[in-house]
Design a protein around this ligand. Sequence first.
Ligand code: CAA
Length: 379
Amino acid sequence: MDLNLTQSQKMIQQMVRTFAQNEVAPGAAERDTTGEFPWEVVKKMAQYNLLGIPFPRKYEGSGADTLSYIIAVEELSRVCATTGVIVSAHTSLGSHPIYQFGTEEQKELFLIPLARGEKLGGFGLTEPNAGTDAGSLQTTAIRQKDYYRLNGSKIFITNGGIADTYVVFAKTSPERGTKNIAAFIVEKGTPGFSFGKKEDKMGIRASSTTELIFNDCQIPVENLLGQEGEGFKIAMQTLDGGRIGIAAQALGIAQACLDASVRYAKEREQFGKPIGSLQAIQWMLADMATQIKAARFLTYQAAWYKDQKRPFSTEAAMAKLFASETAMQQSIKAVQIHGGYGYIKDYPVERFMRDAKITELYEGTSEVQRLVIAANLLK
Ligand code: CAA
């Protein structure tokens, strides 16, 4: 792997960094307080082509690689983790499975508006009784002549209620097991499809997280993604990509923790000198920077493997495991460095700590990532 970014990757990094500073950072603290979805930011991201970065120009994406997209999520999350996950869930989970598994007609109809940012995407896998054990989902999609009848519900859906297009997983027969799951493209507004409870979350507070409810919802057979029985593998392969996005989100949060801590260590004086001159603080900063660099290598490497079309399931799990735990640990150190000020909302690090926690939970908990890594080792 070439450790230098290409010219175009550097350009995207610089462009998104500037965009994040100017357009996203100013409202981040307020969004965290109000929990209001950042529609204005999303509209601007569409104008800057940030909602279809890794998709070919043929489908009106930017035609950039996975690493460029990952760098964009990192830069956005560095100022606002809510914005980072909106882009990651839209791109990796809502749009990418249509790109990877969809027919040309499905790509024309559904991927193009997603890549243009005219529509947002979401992903419906998790259910009240099927979280880590995703294969035990209970939503059914029973084939009737030219449509499937969907019944059941999904929980914890990022972009829920906001997104227009969802990739939803359901069983096509009542038996247990991963072999009878299928994936469907379901559009907001389809009769029988509604949104339930909106969650009041600890962090990423302005991202929308809701239930999806299907009540005799009729999905045309043309909206079946892949074949019947392929749904579980589509979900797992989609999550392999999604986990690199969450690793990037975690990386952005961890970097924000370090940025704030270095700034504070230079400003804050105790014992007549900046606290950055104290070895206790220096060691924390040094450990933070080292962990973050390691997390960045793992995350970029996983993206690079994907771009090289090499198997990347293990690399994605390692990146997400390490980057999310790095984000959590660095947020704790950042609060510690800020002392009492770190615990109040005058400084951003308490938000970073609340935002960091979710990266160890969604798109597979840290325990799931260890399970995936170990299963591949022992294959
Ligand atoms: N790629 C392709 N195929 C895969 C795969 C992958 N990454 N992982 C598994 N499979 C295949 C297996 O090869 C197997 O195929 P065969 O039956 O043909 O041999 C089949 O899928 C079943 O695999 P397992 O027996 O390993 O499945 P399992 O039931 O034991 O589950 C698991 C394994 C890793 C625990 C999986 O259920 C899992 O990843 N759980 C976590 C789910 C998750 O991440 N949920 C997050 C929801 S989305 C979210 O959080 C989004 C958000 O809004 C931000």
